[in-house]
Design a protein around this ligand. Structure first.
Ligand code: NAD
Length: 497
């Protein structure tokens, strides 16, 4: 744990100079329109600063610069070994500035400072260095040609990448895109969420400090319906990579069709089932994981284990363990290093979460933990981790992504029923299975329509494995070498010998 106390972080927060301008071609710059919007901290409602509200004019500037830099070859044609070294330096700078970035992240979106410092910043740095380290170890192919032909199968950077990211892991989601996008030689325009722009803005200058040429990484803060839409409709953006809601993901596919048919890669929402069979090897461990799966990051996690499917024969024994485990997840001031649940990102998101809790009551589910807004006197947006028992999978709280700390408990009687319920949502991002029976674990994992399946754990994984969704949770994958496919075009070159 950090040696800095809450008082230290609060002092640093008071001393902080917030940079809210866009970053284009290596320079901080106001929006062309001069418009700004207010950045309010969910920790206590304080105004953090004014942020450039970019729109289509800024998108045009950024795309022009990104295209020119790409065409210059300064980065796109640099030897992979050199790009690798630069990416590793970039990751090193994130670690060097870990406390500053962690503070920005926590103030901006409300997550606990210990998470920002020990999960988000190191995770973001790892995404940059892992991709950088890989780039000079990937070989192209030679096709099986006739004697008088040489067929080369090569990968080239796609060109200008628009990256639109959400607010729940602002820095980490950005770096899951930037790692492979930059390592493969593209120029990137990053559009952070209007709810959490601060770390992305800071990141841009660190990239240039690391030696990435100016114009390769540009950052445009602003709203989705203005600058996000402008990027998605832009005819000179080659690829759009997105993490966010399924609703906006679908919209981006339309924008692509209405413009230049840019490639669109989507990491969208989830409603992940966490299935606990009666023969789970360790019910206490399963209960603790179930609590963490809904409370970590205030439940604002795409893979949150928001549907807990429990075999009926152990329900009465298991649910009290989960309720007890959830008591260790207590909302508090995120600047306190001991806090493990912070504030929801803003008032709008808090009201959304509270309205889902209301809907759980209305639909007849039974509240067994939490259920209320708390710590109102702080001016922040805090909601107790909440559990509803007696949920049917048809209820709104079981079907829709809440993106807050609200757990639906659903009982089942057989493996077939568990699988049927687990797959019965529009989403397919992740799932977990708890059982001591190895065949049941494999068979259930195979039957689950989800991009990640965890057995006897929740939320495992690192950069080595792909991450993404089936169904309406998206397409393509972040992380691992598979992510490189999104940022490269495949070319066949035939040479007559
Ligand atoms: P969101 O879809 O509202 O916004 C995501 C981004 O899209 C933001 O930057 C926003 O400004 C932008 N945007 C909004 N409207 C746009 C438009 N018309 N054109 C272009 N851009 C637009 O999502 P959110 O509320 O920021 O994030 C929460 C969502 O993200 C949840 O659904 C969550 O599951 C998902 N998520 C998915 C993953 C994953 O890897 N699958 C990871 C984290 C979060």
């Amino acid at each position: 744990m950090t040696t800095l106390t809450r008082a230290d972080w609060e002092q640093r927060a008071r001393d902080l100079k917030i940079e809210g301008r866009a970053y284009i071609n290596g320079e901080y710059t106001d929006a062309v329109s001069g418009e700004t919007f207010e950045c309010i901290s969910p920790v206590d409602g304080r105004l953090l600063g004014k942020i450039a509200s970019c729109d289509a004019a800024d998108a045009q500037r950024a795309v022009d610069n990104a295209r020119a830099t790409f065409n210059s070859g300064a980065w796109s044609r640099l030897a992979p070994t050199k790009r690798k070294a630069t990416m590793i330096r970039f990751a090193g700078l994130l670690k060097q500035h870990a406390e500053e970035l962690a503070l920005l992240e926590t103030l901006d979106m409300g997550k606990p400072i210990s998470d920002s410092l020990y999960i988000d910043v190191p995770g973001a740095a790892q995404a940059l260095s892992w991709s950088g380290e890989a780039i000079d170890k990937i070989y192209d192919e030679v096709a099986a040609t006739p004697h008088d032909q040489l067929g080369l199968v090569t990968r080239e950077p796609v060109g200008v990448v628009g990256a639109i990211v959400p607010w729940n892991f602002p820095l980490m989601m950005a770096c899951w895109k930037l790692g492979p996008a930059l390592s493969t030689g593209n120029s990137v325009i990053l559009k952070p969420s209007e709810k959490s722009p601060l770390t992305a803005i800071r990141l841009a200058a660190l990239a240039v400090e690391a030696g990435i040429p100016k114009g390769v990484l540009n950052v445009l803060p602003g709203y989705g319906h203005t600058v996000g839409k402008a990027l998605a409709l832009h005819n000179d953006v080659d690829t759009l990579v997105f993490t966010g809601s399924t609703k906006i993901a679908k919209q981006l596919l339309i924008y692509s069709g209405e413009s230049n048919m840019k490639r669109v890669w989507l990491e969208a929402g989830g409603k992940s089932p966490n299935i606990v069979f009666a023969d789970a090897p360790d019910l206490q461990a399963a209960a603790e994981a179930a609590a963490g799966a809904i409370a970590f990051n205030q439940g604002e996690v795409c893979t949150a284990g928001s549907r807990l499917l429990v075999e009926r024969s152990i329900k009465d024994k298991f649910l009290p363990l989960v309720i007890e485990a959830l008591k260790t997840w207590k909302p508090g001031n995120p600047l306190d290093p001991a806090t493990n649940v912070g504030a929801l990102v803003d008032t709008q998101q808090m009201n959304t979460v509270l309205s889902y809790i209301e809907s759980g009551h209305t639909d007849g589910a039974k509240l067994v933990a939490g259920g209320k807004r708390i710590l109102q006197e702080t001016g922040g947006t805090y909601v107790e981790p909440t559990i509803f028992d007696g949920v049917s999978n048809a209820m709104k709280i079981a079907q829709e992504e809440i993106f807050g700390p609200v757990l639906s408990v659903i009982t089942f009687d057989s493996a077939e029923e568990a699988i049927q319920i687990a797959n019965d949502t529009p989403y397919g991002l992740a799932a977990a299975v708890w059982t001591a029976d190895i065949s049941k674990a494999h068979l259930t994992a195979k039957a689950l329509r989800a991009g990640s399946v965890w057995v006897n754990q929740y939320d495992g994984g690192d950069m080595t494995a792909p991450f993404g969704g089936f169904k309406q949770s998206g397409n393509g994958r972040d992380k691992s070498l598979h992510a490189f496919d999104k940022y490269t075009e495949l070319k066949a070159t035939w040479i007559k010998l």
